[in-house]
Design a protein around this ligand. Sequence first.
Ligand SMILES: NC(=O)c1ccc[n+]([C@@H]2O[C@H](COP(=O)([O-])OP(=O)(O)OC[C@H]3O[C@@H](n4cnc5c(N)ncnc54)[C@H](O)[C@@H]3O)[C@@H](O)[C@H]2O)c1
Length: 320
Amino acid sequence: MSKILVTGGAGFIGSHLTDKLAQKGHNVLIIDNLSTGFKENINSLRDGSSQKKAKFYQMDIRSVAIDKIIEKEQPAAVYHLAAQVDVRKSLQDPNLDVEINISGSINLLKSCLKHKVQKVIFASTGGAIYGEQEYFPADERHPAFPVSPYGVAKLTVEKYLHCFYENFGLNYVCLRLANVYGPRQNPKGDQGVVAIFCGKLLNGEQVTIYGDGKQTRDYVYVDDVVNAFVSALDYSKNEVFNIGTAIETNVNQLYEILAEKVGSNSSKTYGPERLGEQKRSVIDFAKAKKELNWEPEVNLEQGLEKTLEYYQKKKMVLVG
Ligand SMILES: NC(=O)c1ccc[n+]([C@@H]2O[C@H](COP(=O)([O-])OP(=O)(O)OC[C@H]3O[C@@H](n4cnc5c(N)ncnc54)[C@H](O)[C@@H]3O)[C@@H](O)[C@H]2O)c1
């Protein structure tokens, strides 16, 4: 059992990862500035959580004080998930995206090097790194020409990780995640179409589909993603992996499945296409299957049911 730092551990994916690591007996630390994450997501602060508690530092990854925490805590491994996650915001304000997603990451990696962290596991993107795909599904060798600053930043950090490994021996694994969905994704946010649709449908509100709804994504359930992160910890090489399902679903189909499950009378409307949105995105996970022994276990129907059940139970006031 080791001491493990999770940046972004108060967020959607990071909080599930923290839970799993704690369950496995690891000593988990979290760094998060709570910009899009929530204190309630953190297992030590969640009511009734019986898991081993994670230690929480409310801090920005751009802060110089990060170094003091890593020096004091000496984590063996770092999962780096903290990020500016909004693709559209990255187009509106590329400088901010660079500051958080590139400079903030380098700030963290420098401390990892200095204090001899053994390994960094990075949450990259399979949805935004390839740009408009030339073939479907994209494997890891597909050309990477992201069409958003967010995607450019993720690719840049992957390259830094490789560079730091080659020069200084810092081990890494990058997981290029497809569109992740599941409990705790913020339905009030601008990201995460599944959470937004669940929120609207359960509230009986009108759903807006941007563009013609024929844009496709590869939807992967959060528990599957967490399993991939866990497998990456024991993986001994330095590699990049796609973590997705290789199945394309368009937004209209997603709406229809969810509306039927909710039994909703909510109507849908179409809005203008959004800047930076790719037409089709779907990724191949054969490399992860071969090397990490990972494959998705939850299909879309099952995953959507689990997600809806969560939002129904939570009885949240869901507004968009
Ligand atoms: N959700 C997806 O579909 C998806 C797909 C591909 C990649 N990813 C990546 O996975 C990671 C987690 O995403 P998520 O969906 O859980 O989003 P999220 O917004 O729920 O989690 C991000 C967390 O990072 C924290 N954070 C943001 N900026 C920070 C900063 N400057 N300093 C410290 N903490 C900061 C937020 O408060 C939040 O808790 C991100 O790196 C994201 O880019 C997500």
